[in-house]
Design a protein around this ligand. Sequence first.
Ligand code: FMN
Length: 184
Amino acid sequence: MQPISVLGISGSLRKGSFNSALLRAAQSLAPAGMTISIADISKLPFYDGDIEATTGIPAAAEELRARIRAADAVLIATPEYNASVSAVLKNAIDWASRPPHQAFAAKPVAMMGASGGSLGTVRAQGHLRDILTNLDARMVSAPQVFVAAAHTKVEDGVLKDQPSLDFIRTLLETLAAWVEKLRA
Ligand SMILES: Cc1cc2nc3c(=O)[nH]c(=O)nc-3n(C[C@H](O)[C@H](O)[C@H](O)COP(=O)(O)O)c2cc1C
């Protein structure tokens, strides 16, 4: 297998974020040949068309866009806020989507999510799938990784729940196969 570079994006800025914990777990579960680096979206300003029209796309957004374009795939860990994605995640996607060269075009993307509730980001991931499909991202459709009651499964920033770890491992293997297939 050729090396596969994956950019991880957490939809939570919280230091103790369960979703960031999922991404760190993914880093240690990545199949041979896959490396996962994690983007910092905390410096992105809110999207503002006036900023874009006057001073252009801000440096933090340009960096994110460049990292998405350069990656072979993107792995998003989304929280669920009021039955949808977090504002910071949507904001990052909005900056990434601006022309020229919207960053998600034809990009292989996998998603997972952790929440405190019993649905484990089912609703947020549905919205996220719609958003990214609209951007022509090439979505992995299964397995769907929903980590419910995440506060019972993450200890000191480490995901301890074996079924969740197994799902993430399978998701990454599927993502690797998907990248290979799209390369061929
Ligand atoms: C504004 C807000 C809305 C939320 N709405 C939901 C929700 O709709 N469903 C859910 O399962 N959890 C909801 N939660 C709880 C989050 O799942 C929980 O805060 C989770 O830890 C966020 O992810 P993080 O740990 O990565 O920051 C909400 C939390 C906040 C702050």
